[in-house]
Design a protein around this ligand. Structure first.
Ligand code: UDX
Length: 448
């Protein structure tokens, strides 16, 4: 099959490269000529484990091309994917769909023969109808089906997720379009193809409902973590205890500094806006959005408290800046809010991240000092703050840290170390939701 992928952002590039790896012929299109030039030279603009190999392999096999103009690719394509950005619109939090509609118009002009137009970008319910209207308006004679096929790729594990998906959701009522989509994903059949066909609006909503549910799960355990700290319980054991119940499930119950990234913050907000306009506000999701925002600032307070409150002139060494490990993505990363809040209180920041520093420099205040490694960051610091759980931070040399830090204080916002070990090493240690079960001075619960 021939595929045109419009947009070479995260989703477009990963999906395009993986479809090529399935044996289809794929042209990835982007208006950004510089980006296309770089891709043609084999430079991958994002950090995603394994992506460079797949791109190189399929380029060499002649199955993956890049282009600035979509005309030829769309003309030849059986399926055209819209994978352009849908950022939050300033002011109202709705998804900005102008890139999606612009792409739809151009696709309509170029299409020849039966063409399936697939929205891969995360778009609010009803966008498929509007894409179809735009296409019919531009080219009343075009033989086109508009299908929703949301992506469920986790950054850092995107290729694995594409090739071994839990499910593939395809929203369309048209048999011809179903057939094309089945052919596209057929190479997965060996692993028993988990294709779920639904109506288009249902498919669009599945994406948002899925992300919102996961955001609820994280935020729920984060609040339980706060409670654990107050009552002397351990959130990791609570998570294990509830997660072993199959109805709950063990995943997405890691307490931490709040979720970030390009999907959860944007999609939860967009979903609440859609629901408000539909007259059925999603109060749970609205609350999750608010709780998660406040949480990031609460993490900065945690750092200040462990240093005794007044942090003016003190130095924090921040390890991990990206919203999670194995990506260079800084979007909505908790590190942004935490560092801003600490600098507001007069703290100096020394920061290190294995992949995210280029992006971080664009988003953080100029005063931040970037270092070449974790120990360089810790040099002279009053406190070490782990914001992102990169593997490289999981086995730090605490003897070495003791010698170079001004104070031996560790704030571990991802719970990667054990409180008893840190105590034995003589570090003042703060983590998330791990009030000791043996906490002294806690009143026993009142007996009613
Ligand atoms: C997410 C969804 O998982 C994916 O299906 C969707 O299509 C896009 O959004 P991604 O944003 O790449 O993927 O990252 P994910 O691994 O889901 O993590 C999101 C955020 O939640 C991160 O900030 C992470 O640190 C946080 N998180 C995740 C927790 O704090 N605790 C958890 O238990 C899990």
């Amino acid at each position: 099959m021939r595929v045109a992928m419009i947009g070479t952002g995260y989703v477009g590039l990963v999906s395009g490269a993986c479809f090529a790896d399935f044996g289809h012929h794929v042209t990835c299109v982007d208006k950004d000529a510089q980006k296309i030039e770089r891709l043609e030279r084999g430079e991958i603009p994002i950090f995603e484990p394994g992506l460079d190999d797949i791109v190189a392999r399929n380029r060499a096999a002649g199955r993956l091309d890049f282009a600035v103009d979509l005309t030829q690719a769309v003309r030849e394509a059986d399926a055209v994917f819209i994978a352009v950005g849908t950022p939050s619109r300033r002011g109202d939090g709705h998804a900005d769909l102008s890139y999606v509609y612009a792409a739809a118009r151009e696709i309509a002009e170029a299409a020849e023969g039966y063409t399936v137009v697939v929205t891969k970008s995360t778009v609010p319910v009803g966008t498929g109808d509007e894409v179809e209207r735009v296409i019919r308006e531009t080219r009343p004679d075009a033989d086109i089906s508009v299908v929703s096929n949301p992506e469920f790729l986790r950054e850092g594990a995107a290729i694995e997720d594409f090739k071994r998906p839990d499910r593939i959701v395809v929203g369309t009522d048209e048999p011809r379009a179903r057939e094309v989509m089945t052919q596209l994903y057929r190479p997965l059949a060996l692993n028993s193809l988990p294709l779920l066909f639904t109506g288009r609006r249902t498919s669009e909503l599945i994406k948002y409902a899925g992300n919102a549910f996961l955001a609820v799960k994280i935020t729920f355990i984060n609040e339980i973590a706060d409670l654990c700290e107050q009552v002397g319980a351990n959130v990791q054991e609570v998570a294990r205890g509830i997660g072993l119940d199959n109805r709950i499930g063990a995943k997405f119950l890691h307490a931490g500094p709040g979720y970030g990234g390009s999907c959860f913050p944007k999609d939860t907000l967009a979903l609440t806006r859609t629901a408000q306009e539909a007259g059925t506000p999603l109060r749970i999701v609205e609350t999750v959005v608010g709780v998660n925002d406040v949480r990031k600032l609460a993490m900065a307070k945690k750092v200040m408290n462990v240093l005794g409150g007044d942090v003016r002139g003190k130095t924090a060494a921040v390890l991990g800046l990206t919203f999670k490990p194995n990506t260079d993505d800084m979007r909505e990363s908790p590190a942004l809010s935490i560092i801003h809040a600490l600098m507001d209180k007069g703290m100096k920041i020394r920061a290190y991240d294995p992949e995210g520093m280029e992006e971080a420099k664009k988003l953080l205040p100029a005063g931040v000092t970037y270092t070449s490694g974790a120990y360089e960051a810790a040099e002279g610091a009053d406190c070490l703050v782990i914001v992102t759980e990169w593997d490289a931070f999981r086995a730090l040399d605490f003897e070495r840290l003791r010698k170079i830090m001004a104070q031996t204080v560790l704030v571990d916002l991802r719970n990667i170390y054990r409180p008893d070990e840190m105590q034995a090493l003589g570090f003042t240690y703060e983590s998330v939701g791990r009030g000791s079960d043996a906490a002294e001075g806690l009143a026993a619960p009142a007996v009613h």
